[in-house]
Design a protein around this ligand. Structure first.
Ligand SMILES: Nc1ncnc2c1ncn2[C@@H]1O[C@H](COP(=O)(O)OP(=O)(O)OP(=O)(O)O)[C@@H](O)[C@H]1O
Ligand SMILES: [Mg+2]
Length: 319
């Protein structure tokens, strides 16, 4: 099965300031703000929703097609993804630009000053599902250049590609009409519980109306409480308790990758949700959204130790 993964592809530059931002902000000097912090730690991490989802899908044995735009600084990142099994043939380099980059500095009290530079990502609107060599069976439309959040869903409907609409951070940047267009006719709508409340308010639709607007399922992830999958009936999926929590960045993306793995195998909703939960837990246990590593067989072994044998463990072993 061909899975097309769209959404942001980015580098995260994470710095930590060993002090307190507020001590350096002078309330009587706010007419012209000029602050510089000497940071003692910096990490450059591979990130971006689409790249994170594609990476985990590849670990789970799929060969997802990553569709997006990147900059001149993507060479090493591309090799990393290819080495892990991601097909980057639809990941297009935009000459003269940097890959989207997130710069965040956090102080000792977890206050944060951050900027997101869209860079090459603003060219994602020039890509089209109509131009892919093979359009794919499933697609996920994750946060990206705002213009594509309406364009890609429309193209998926035109081409008959089943799609997951995953608006998350873009909810606040999209108009109610854009959100309605993106989600109506989606096979699956997925958000976390906070975003679910925000979306209902923004599009003025009830949970029931949202469920009817999508074909197969409305999925709401609930952090440590797990996830609700509302397909024909409502199914509550438990979270998998992590051995340690190092960094939650990218848990939502990993859940989506696990869910897509379940869809690729054609297992039931319970199993698909469980794959999502375990994939998310692996990300919680490591620093960064692409620092986890396992083989499919290691994943299945842990899965069975948590949930017991089911449709997924059988399908994964026989397939
Ligand atoms: N503390 C936790 N313990 C176990 N599992 C967790 C925990 N937090 C999140 N998860 C798993 O990750 C899934 C997604 O989490 P959550 O609802 O927090 O997504 P999110 O807010 O979109 O995350 P992100 O920060 O990546 O955007 C949950 O459904 C659950 O399976
Ligand atoms: Mg999220």
């Amino acid at each position: 099965m061909r899975i097309v993964v769209t959404g942001s592809i980015a580098y995260d530059y994470l710095m930590s300031f060993p002090g307190d931002f507020l001590e350096h902000v002078k309330p009587d000097k706010l007419q012209k703000l000029s602050l510089s912090f000497l940071v003692d730690e910096m990490q450059k991490q591979r990130g971006g929703c689409a790249a994170n989802i594609a990476f985990t899908l590849a670990l789970l044995g799929e060969r997802p097609l990553l569709m997006g735009t990147v900059g001149e600084d993507f060479v090493a990142y591309r090799s990393w993804l290819e080495e892990h099994g991601v097909d980057t043939s639809a990941t297009v380099k935009i000459p003269g630009l940097f890959t989207a980059s997130f710069f965040a500095t956090t102080d000792q009290h977890q206050s944060q000053i951050a900027s997101f530079y869209t860079g090459a990502m603003s060219h994602a609107r020039d890509l089209s599902f109509h131009e892919l060599a093979s359009p794919g069976d499933w697609a996920i439309i994750s946060p990206n250049d705002p213009a594509v959040m309406v364009k890609y869903p429309r193209e998926c409907r035109e081409l008959g590609i089943a799609y997951i609409y995953d608006p998350s951070q873009q909810i606040v940047r999209s108009t109610p009409e854009e959100l309605r267009q993106g989600l109506t006719g989606a096979d699956i709508l997925i958000l976390n519980d906070y975003e679910f409340e925000l979306l209902k308010e923004r599009v003025a639709m009830t949970a029931e109306e949202l469920r009817v607007a999508v074909k197969r399922a409305l999925i709401v992830t609930q952090g440590a409480a797990g996830a609700l999958i509302w397909a024909d009936e409502k199914i509550q999926i438990p979270a998998v308790t992590p051995e340690q929590i190092l960094d939650p960045t990218g848990v939502g993306d990993a859940f989506r990758a696990g869910l897509l793995k379940g869809l690729a195998l054609g297992v039931d909703w319970t199993a698909a949700g469980r794959i999502g939960s375990l994939a998310a837990t692996y990300v919680l246990e490591t620093q960064g959204p692409q620092a986890h590593a396992y083989t499919l067989s290691e994943f299945v072994t842990r899965y069975v130790s948590v949930f017991g044998p089911d449709e997924f463990s059988e399908a994964a072993i026989s397939g």
